[in-house]
Design a protein around this ligand. Structure first.
Ligand code: GLP
Length: 280
């Protein structure tokens, strides 16, 4: 697992956006798995900024969001569809026909929605990159602790703690307990995984994910099985990593070809070329 430690949440968003932008510049028709949550907000803002200044186009990408509450309409302020529209889709040019959510109006239609979702991901050619956040208990998507590491998109029941986290966006008694989420195997089948975690409340989960044992009690630890997982953490979320000095050392020694692939040369790649003045 690659661990990149950056100063703060804004820098994490910027760094994540650089990686996503580099991928989309190389493959404008990329298939992106998207995530919601406060952690992703600065990253979507950084992507939207690049689109506004014409450094990036998202018009040809296909997107699949990780998860959604069951029975929550798209325009509800707690729905992940609304969050994605507010934070990204309404700010950039995307093709609505290529935007996907695992949205079920009721638990009865969940099995059909899940089968269709997995089939649509496969038809699109699989996920080139899956973005992720992490819950304080180490969940990814809505794969709560003890989720099967072999799971695909399916119905999940949220823990009391996760419901509490969502409460602010719902009326009292309203937060839904049922969700549809990509499974852990669905996430691991993406060609690259990019997880962002910021703030001290994520420090324990981050350490368990990166340095703890592989266990369904910390669903994010399944990323240890992925050949190309990158974790971007700010200083606060990195506080409990015992090998932090090593991760920084690895990053300092990163060869130029690896840096280029992750957009570290973005300024050079996007600035207008010097006019060709011919041979002197
Ligand atoms: C929810 C989402 C997760 C997200 C987590 C953390 O549980 N389903 O995908 O990672 O919240 O969210 P935040 O970034 O707001 O801390």
């Amino acid at each position: 697992m690659e661990v990149l430690i950056v100063p703060d949440a804004a820098a994490a968003g910027e760094r994540g956006a650089r990686i996503v932008a580099a991928l989309v510049r190389a493959t404008p028709t990329a298939v992106l798995g998207l995530a919601t949550g406060e952690t992703q907000r600065p990253m979507y803002a950084a992507l939207a900024r690049r689109c506004r200044t014409r450094q990036l186009r998202l018009a040809e990408v296909t997107t699949f969001n990780l998860d959604e509450f069951v029975g929550v309409p798209a325009d509800h302020r707690g729905s992940f569809r609304r969050a994605m529209h507010e934070q990204l889709f309404d700010l950039v040019e995307v093709d609505a026909a290529r935007v996907h959510f695992p949205a079920a109006a009721s638990v009865d239609e969940v099995p059909m929605i899940c089968d269709r979702y997995e089939a649509a991901i496969a038809t699109a050619g699989g996920l080139d990159l899956q973005l992720l956040g992490i819950g304080e208990d180490g969940h990814i998507g809505f794969n709560e602790p003890t989720s099967s590491l072999a799971s695909r998109t399916r119905l999940k029941t949220l823990t009391e703690r996760t419901v509490d986290g969502a409460r602010a966006a719902f009326a009292p008694g309203e937060p839904p307990r049922h969700v549809v989420t990509m499974g852990i195997a669905t996430i691991l089948s993406a060609r690259r995984c990019l997880l962002l975690a910021t703030g001290a409340r994520k420090a324990r989960a981050v350490a368990a994910m990166v340095e703890g044992p592989l266990t369904s009690m910390v669903p994010a630890s399944a990323l240890q099985l992925h050949a190309r997982a990158t974790v971007i953490v700010d200083e606060a979320a990195a506080a409990q990593l015992t090998l932090a000095a090593y991760y920084r050392d690895v990053e300092r020694g990163k060869p130029a070809w690896q840096r280029r692939a992750d957009g570290d040369d973005e300024d050079a790649a996007t600035s207008p070329r010097e006019p060709d003045r011919g041979n002197p």
